[in-house]
Design a protein around this ligand. Sequence first.
Ligand SMILES: Cc1cc2nc3c(=O)[nH]c(=O)nc-3n(C[C@H](O)[C@H](O)[C@H](O)COP(=O)(O)OP(=O)(O)OC[C@H]3O[C@@H](n4cnc5c(N)ncnc54)[C@H](O)[C@@H]3O)c2cc1C
Length: 412
Amino acid sequence: MSPEPMVDVLVIGAGPAGAMAAALSRRRGLSVRVLEKTQFPRFSIGESMLPQSLVLLEQAGMLEAVERAGFQYKDGAQIVRGERKVDFEFSMKTCAGYPHAYQVTRADFDHILINEAQRQGAEVRYREEITAVDVDGDSALVVSRDAQGHDTVHRARFVFDASGFGRILPRLLQLDRPADFPVRASLFMHVEDHIVDADFDRNKIRVAVHPEHEDIWYWLIPFSGGRASIGVVAEDHVLQAYPGDVSARLAALVAEEPGMKRMLRNARPLWPEAREIRGYAAAVSSLHGRHFALLGNAGEFLDPVFSSGVTIALKSAALAVPLAHRQLQGETVDWQAEFAEPLMLGVDTFKGYVQTWYEGALQTIMFSDRRPPRVYELLCSVLAGYAWDTDNPYVGRSGRRLRALAQTLRKE
Ligand SMILES: Cc1cc2nc3c(=O)[nH]c(=O)nc-3n(C[C@H](O)[C@H](O)[C@H](O)COP(=O)(O)OP(=O)(O)OC[C@H]3O[C@@H](n4cnc5c(N)ncnc54)[C@H](O)[C@@H]3O)c2cc1C
């Protein structure tokens, strides 16, 4: 096996993190090869975008293509529990940046992004699965296997692992560490929704809390064309305790939330079977090494409740590419101080929101009539994905502040 000609940047995985890293690297004049295990378009979960992601896509020259695609416009999130309902309007955010986003079928969205990276000069090879890496030498060696079982050795000056839940480098380099969250799972389905309810706002993701269990929640993500994504998230053992196949379990859970049950009464499934994903939370001991950085889900994944995954994936690439470029030009880069810590500011923000959501404190704040208007605006900013805005006091290690506020509101 003789190696392919060396590239500056090799990207593992063609999802949002990989496409973003590829496009930004090309914009800096670096040679880029993307190796993707599947053939695009391919299904992926994670369909509700945040406004912050548009700012990032614009930096990579990809926003226009996304805007042309006709995806469902999104201007906020509606959070529902029983009779209580609160709309978080992104337009109420406190910082600069877009006040809207889109809800996307990821097969289409991800294909658009990687095509845009290709248009900017990235070489993209599908059906190439990374099976081995060696990052100990002066350059990185990466082995990929094609659909016929042929192996190719690639040499690269820098590797971005954007393999998502494939988590290639964390596995191969033993960087995995247990996540801070219990093992949760999700059941989901695409439907023709046929929703006629006047109180349903297609421009928002609807997140509904189970009427009896505040740690079980549902998403209803409208797409354009009268379709929607529906799903439920709970601890794995809770979902497994429902009888029947995946579709039967999802249907039983949907029937337990009155709003979902009512709105989806005429819905028609678009898939023969609902789908399930289990145990997705992940963390790593380090997000970088001598010739590599971990992007998106290949690094951390928290929880889907605030739709933060793609935004974090894009942000990780936006932070890492300029540093890799500097390193390739011979500069010394402090990856911990310049990549991991700035990235974790936003990740920790969402972590605090996710933890206090499941503990109940954030739900107390969200549904409280006594919540100060300024707090509503600051929450709108974070829910819009502006989780790196250090002018927002609810950014960073947000958990303690949210818990304290919830306690005050409960006492009043
Ligand atoms: C239930 C659930 C709901 C979610 N909802 C949302 C949401 O509403 N909004 C949101 O922003 N996020 C959501 N997410 C998170 C979102 O799915 C991810 O954060 C996002 O897809 C991460 O992008 P990525 O580019 O890091 O990885 P991915 O999009 O997973 O892309 C990784 C790519 O790497 C490829 N790959 C894997 N292994 C290899 C290999 N060995 N060789 C070559 N290629 C490989 C894969 O085929 C894939 O194409 C949700 C997640 C879950 C579990």
